[in-house]
Write a protein that binds this ligand. Sequence first.
Ligand SMILES: [Zn+2]
Ligand SMILES: [Zn+2]
Ligand SMILES: [Zn+2]
Length: 226
Amino acid sequence: MRTFIANRDDYLAVQMILKGRGDHLSATCPSCPSDRPPIEPTFRCIDCFHTALCCQDCCVERHQANPLHRIQSWNGNHFQLVSLKRLGLVVQLGHPDGSTCPDPRNGPSKLIVIHTNGLHRIRLNYCGCSKSISTLTRCQHQKWEQLMRARWFPGTHIRPKTACTFQMLEQFHILTLSGKITAYDYYKGLERLTDNTGLKIPVSSSFSSDSYPQSCPILRTAIPQP
Ligand SMILES: [Zn+2]
Ligand SMILES: [Zn+2]
Ligand SMILES: [Zn+2]
């Protein structure tokens, strides 16, 4: 403990560096391909291991496979949270290999996905091509099935507007078995992770945090019961 106390100013200095843009600033986005005009990097991800800033296009490209990461944008003074949906990310379901769907079908204008790191507004397309035709039934996967194959549990069977990730359901299951945490308290914690001020909590017409748990069918029905 004495060693930690003796070095606390250095620890604080590193924390302050992480609050800002870091100390190895690149004037242009280091991830951009050489044929792209140089652009100032202003975005970073607090869930990716690599912490270097990048431009908006590179940020969206590198999160095609991680659409539930949390992104921060530098506004010239400090970092602000910004959603990947707002940056232009569209999640394509039905293509596990990440390939482009030649016949995408629009999903809801804002799907709310509840994950272990908070609540996310997502823009998505369902697959309408042969990629999502089942080898067993020869029928095209329905919306709920395309979500489940991405490990997102749909909130409703028809036209789902909310979903819980399998990781979130497993985390809640373990926490409630080992620590007796209630679904209400767990959900409130996720809201705090999303926005600790409580001002920018994503809600949809079928989902209101104020009236939880009455209007939150997912957490009432989808979470495995001990
Ligand atoms: Zn870039
Ligand atoms: Zn990331
Ligand atoms: Zn497709």
